[in-house]
Ligand binder design. Structure first.
Ligand code: ADP
Ligand code: MG
Length: 343
């Protein structure tokens, strides 16, 4: 779950995600015929494919694509070591809400990669595992996402927040003061436009990188300055403005957290939402109205969409002693919303 820093991961910027205290569990046994045979309590159908022949040129469709993507990325990673991922029979169950912007796909990928790592004693650390799962999502499933989701599922302990530099892949664990609560609400609105709009934003970033840095690498945008933004116009200027201000907000938020400054952290969250709405154009009516209602609820210091937007969830910073009053107020004033979890 992302506290602040949205759409900054794929441009090599800074983000502040936290790992939910939720799990994707995988029961497994080795299958001698080299096939992967899988069922999930969270998705229909039985997945069956030959692990040794998976390729993005002919991808497994549906939710099995996440498993096949990890098998493929792992096989690529292990080519030099002359090791290949083994066939498995698996049963999956997860209490991470799916398709709500809370990274259930990354959770599934990391869970599967850990199964192979553990079973075959593979020498891959948690950061390498996150990178491998990102490749599965980008190149096999075909979602041009950044590293944040997979990193947040693989590296921090449950309940832990980190500040992550998405280019250097360096991070600091940051303690959340005990009197702070992050409340996640599902707006109930679907993210049907998410994948096409997400790809459109990535393509706008490609145009920006070309224009400002003459580069094909959108990670160059992490170095964009406010002055460069002033020199742009139109839609690209708005997108660039979000990226520059959002990166700055993540760093200010880390400082506010270090100083237990709840008011400032909350203001930065709300400013992040406003920029995602006005500059990056990834919010929706349902998310805007839930954020607005949350901001008038008892104990709330700030609120924003989380997980790329277009629908899905919000995260609000609430005084821990006020969480019940906050939830009661939401139940009464935003009945379509549902409490997902409190961190
Ligand atoms: P998010 O990652 O924000 O939850 P995505 O659209 O990226 O949303 O991924 C959701 C998809 O991931 C689901 O539609 C499903 O295909 C797959 N998925 C996630 N968790 C599971 C699971 N436990 N079992 C089967 N498929 C899953
Ligand atoms: Mg996902």
């Amino acid at each position: 779950m992302n506290l602040i820093g949205d759409h900054t991961d794929y441009v090599g910027g800074w983000v502040m995600p936290a790992a939910l205290t939720r799990v994707t569990a995988v029961a497994y046994s080795r299958s001698p015929d080299g096939m992967l045979d899988a069922v999930s309590a969270n998705a229909s159908g039985r997945i069956n494919f030959d692990v040794s022949t998976v390729t993005p040129n002919n991808p497994v469709q549906g939710w099995g694509g996440y498993l096949a993507g990890v098998a493929w990325a792992l096989a690529e990673e292990l080519t030099e070591a002359n090791v290949s991922p083994a066939g498995l029979t698996v049963a999956i169950a997860s209490d991470v809400p799916t398709a709500s912007g809370l990274s259930s796909s990354a959770s599934l990928e990391v869970a599967m990669a850990r199964v192979w790592r553990e079973m075959q004693g593979l020498n891959l650390n948690d950061v390498q595992l996150a990178q491998l799962c990102k490749r599965a999502e980008n190149l096999y499933v075909g979602v041009p996402s950044g590293i944040m989701d997979q990193f947040a599922c693989s590296v921090p302990a449950p309940g832990q927040a980190i500040q992550l530099d998405c280019q250097e892949l360096s991070y600091q664990v940051i303690g959340i003061p005990p009197e702070w609560a992050f409340v996640i609400l599902d707006s109930g609105a679907s993210r049907s436009l998410a994948s096409s709009a997400y790809a459109e934003r990535v393509s706008e970033c490609e145009q920006l990188a070309k224009r400002l840095f003459d580069s094909d690498d959108i990670q160059s945008l992490r170095d964009m300055t406010a002055k460069q933004v002033d020199g742009l116009d139109g839609v690209l200027q708005q997108r660039a403005r979000h990226l520059v201000t959002e990166n700055a907000r993540v760093k200010q938020a880390a400082q506010a957290l270090g100083e237990s400054d709840m008011a400032t952290f909350g203001e930065l969250m709300t400013a992040s939402h406003n920029s995602l709405r006005d500059n990056y154009a990834v919010s929706s009516g349902a998310l805007d109205s839930l954020v607005e209602t949350s901001l008038t609820a008892p104990g709330c210091h700030g609120s924003r969409l989380t997980g790329a937007g277009f629908g899905g969830c919000t995260v609000s910073l609430v005084d821990r002693t006020q969480v019940t009053a906050f939830s009661d107020y939401i139940a009464k004033n935003a009945p379509a919303a549902r409490l997902v979890t409190v961190l």
